[in-house]
Design a binder for this molecule. Structure first.
Ligand SMILES: [Cu+2]
Length: 214
């Protein structure tokens, strides 16, 4: 039987480990000072092993109303992504990106295909039938990542330590990289201003019969 002393030590060690979580609080703005959504930040440990992907529910990028439901999706390398067709028409999903070249030949409404993405990088998704359909899957080497919301903010919780920070956005030609240290104190804050290129997405006309994004 374990002595209460040993048990007490274990509990203390566990509590200490639990408390040593750091947090990054990120704000991304455009050159005009407007909040930037869909910026992806990832933190890759520099002094600690990178945990493998958790066995969570796979990410989903659906086709609905002739659009991809999610413009920017982030997963850790080694994760599965499901591509359900929730539409009333067929779609043909493909990517010519170096991180993953693939195609899911024409499939019907109600069907779902899935793919494992094991190489880090940007995977640009298109559809052979609907030229305007465009989405990005960002495959990162770490489980510590987030995507900015409409306010341009994102939060990443990770164990205290030193990280390589990478920031990517669809309208930014190269990713920003840097180093950051998280400790167990108040969140570490970072603010980035991006010089964004024009939005490549084709917008849908007012009649809504024409193709494009809403
Ligand atoms: Cu399509």
């Amino acid at each position: 039987m374990k002595s209460p002393f040993i048990l007490g030590l274990c509990v203390a060690a566990f509590t200490l480990a639990e408390a040593r979580a750091g947090e990054l609080s990120l704000l991304v703005k455009s050159a005009k000072g407007e909040p930037v959504a869909d910026a992806v930040v990832s933190l890759t440990p520099l002094d600690a092993p990178v945990p493998p992907p958790a066995a969570t529910t796979p990410a989903v990028i659906a086709q609905q109303d002739q659009e991809y439901t999610t413009y920017v999706t982030v997963v850790q390398a080694g994760s599965k992504v499901v591509f359900p067709n929730k539409d009333t028409v067929q779609h043909h999903v493909y990517s010519l990106s170096k991180a993953k070249k693939f195609e899911l030949p024409l499939y019907n409404p109600g069907q779902a295909e899935s793919i494992v993405f094991d190489v880090s990088g940007v995977v640009t998704l298109g559809c052979n039938i609907h030229d305007w359909m465009l989405a990005y899957l960002i495959v990162v080497p770490t489980p510590y990542f987030a995507k900015t919301d409409g306010l341009g903010t994102a939060h990443v919780t990770a164990p205290a330590g030193r990280y390589k920070l990478e920031l990517w956005h669809p309208r930014q030609s190269t990713a920003i990289a840097g180093e950051i240290v998280l400790d167990d104190g108040p969140p570490t804050t970072r603010e980035f201003t991006l010089a964004l290129k024009p939005d490549r997405r084709i917008r849908r006309g007012p009649d809504s019969k024409s193709g494009g994004y809403r």
